[in-house]
Design a protein around this ligand. Structure first.
Ligand code: SF4
Ligand code: SF4
Length: 477
């Protein structure tokens, strides 16, 4: 059968689609005020899977600051002291190039991943979605009841019952926000520091305490009131969807070919439905945390939370039609009524992603423990020693990125000569810098030019850490 053009199929189905959704935003009412969304609590396979994934995610989030390797945290992002630890490896400003490459890799990863798999990250791994939908929203269902009860509570006049409900919710939300802020702080300064500050009390750490209160207030504002607006208005990743997604990207999508023309179930005429599979029940809209109707097509507001998939599957079960009217699918496959299969595009993008990640892992694993910089001391000329040898003075700066002291030695690699360090032992303290001066002494007859190139090897035991090229000044011939 001849394959029809994608746009032709879309055009044909457009007549069934109500385009009026383009005239308004679900979260803004006609007066231009915030339209607060009260989504129905989702139920179903995807919600259960996301619950399990979120529990694992939260366990990691709250447990990782307690995990230590050699008395140091597993992760630390101390921007104040410019100290960063990833998977137990300490990174210094000298490793900035790895950070830059890591950041680039991450961006390419995000772009490729989104092109193929759409906004999977938003629904399954984004901290905003996890905390909002799996922590705060669940607590809200528990405290204020389901969608209808929440709406009723909002519309009722202020009375003791409503005030009690609101104060309880605010207190619980603020407490969790405060907890999250503390753990974020632990990722910045380390859990030991946070616990020490807790022991010392507020009076001993007023600045940190005020910062914590401010951050808690920001989290509280986001989860109590701002909510889905973060994804719609603030998140740069969300704003990029328009350029990252194409018709082959796998997204949460409504199968309009199967679903349209939508309509309430009428009597089956001689085994044939006179409507599509969508029974126009709006169950998918009621569960949507961003208030959109996925039947209008892929929209910027959709965070791929899968709530509408579960809701629609439940309806399909009830009306004895096949599940998957809303599913993870590409727009192109929906237009051609095909199912997503592992294809060359997914394979190629996945291969590039694997390559990038492997390159970064190799860079991290082969990173030097010690960085050495050698410079001839500025303004110093050569000296002729009483024994006839020529001497030059150099400065060496060593950075130890590990958690143990490292003794180092130096050798002249490309010619005979002697190295005399001003300080007797070259021992670089853990996670620190070390700077000293040293003399290189070379026989006069080996110095043929005013500037002789020399190579200095820096060793940790027998292992050469670095070879540094510099010049040696002499009288020349
Ligand atoms: S449209 Fe569906 S997947 Fe997208 S945000 Fe709404 S409920 Fe979640
Ligand atoms: S839940 Fe399914 S059947 Fe109901 S309106 Fe949405 S797409 Fe149509």
């Amino acid at each position: 059968m001849e394959e029809r053009d994608f746009s032709e199929i879309v055009e044909e189905k457009k007549e069934f689609l109500d385009q009026s959704f383009r005239d308004s935003v679900a979260t803004i009412d006609k007066q231009g005020k915030r339209n607060y969304i009260f989504p129905k609590k989702p139920k179903g396979k995807f919600y259960n899977l996301r619950t399990v994934a979120s529990i694992i995610y939260l366990i990691f989030f709250f447990a990782l600051p307690f995990v230590k390797i050699d008395e140091e945290p597993l992760f630390l992002f101390n921007v104040i002291q410019r100290k960063f630890i990833f998977f137990g490896q300490v990174f210094w400003p000298q490793d900035f190039f790895i950070f830059a490459i890591g950041l680039l890799t991450f961006m390419v990863f995000i772009i490729f991943f989104t092109v193929v798999f759409g906004r999977v990250f938003c629904g399954w791994a984004c901290p905003q979605t996890i905390f909002m939908e799996m922590v705060f929203r669940r607590i809200e269902y528990w405290l204020d009841g389901n969608m209808t009860e929440q709406r009723r509570l909002k519309d009722m006049p202020w009375n003791v019952y409503k005030i009690r409900k609101r104060i309880t919710k605010m207190a619980v939300f603020y407490f969790i926000s405060f907890l999250i802020a503390n753990f974020f702080l632990a990722y910045i300064i380390g859990m030991d520091e946070v616990l020490a500050m807790v022991k010392e009390g507020v009076a001993a750490n007023p600045v940190t305490f005020i910062s914590l209160l401010v951050f808690s207030a920001v989290f509280f504002f986001v989860y109590y009131w701002f909510r889905e607006q973060v994804c719609i208005v603030v998140c740069p990743y969300g704003r990029l969807q328009g350029v990252l997604l194409d018709k082959k990207s796998i997204v949460v999508a409504y199968d309009y070919v199967r679903g349209e023309p939508r309509g309430k179930i009428k009597k089956e005429k001689a085994g044939v439905w006179d409507t599509g599979d969508c029974v126009d029940c709006s169950a998918c809209v009621r569960v949507c945390p961003t208030g959109i109707d996925i039947r209008n097509g892929t929209q910027l507001e959709c965070v791929n939370c899968t709530a509408c998939i579960d809701a629609c599957n439940a309806i399909m079960d009830k009306v004895s039609r096949p599940r998957g009217l809303i599913r993870y699918e590409s727009e192109e496959n929906i237009a051609h009524s095909k199912k997503t299969k592992f294809n060359w595009r997914i394979a190629a993008y996945s291969f590039v992603l694997l390559l990038l990640t492997s390159a970064l892992v190799v860079m991290l694993l082969t990173r030097d423990d010690v960085d050495a910089r050698i410079l001839r001391t500025a303004g110093q000329m050569f000296q002729t020693l009483p024994d006839g040898r020529v001497s030059n003075l150099y400065n060496i700066k060593l950075v130890n990125k590990t958690r143990k002291e490292i003794p180092v030695t130096m050798k002249l690699e490309n010619m005979k000569g002697e190295i005399t360090v001003v300080q007797k032992d070259l021992i670089v303290p853990k996670e620190s810098y070390f700077q000293t001066s040293f003399f290189v002494k070379i026989e006069r007859q080996l110095i043929e030019k005013r500037k002789t190139p020399i190579e200095l090897g820096v060793y940790q035991g027998d292992k050469k850490i670095e070879t540094i090229k510099t010049t040696f000044l002499g009288p020349g011939y």
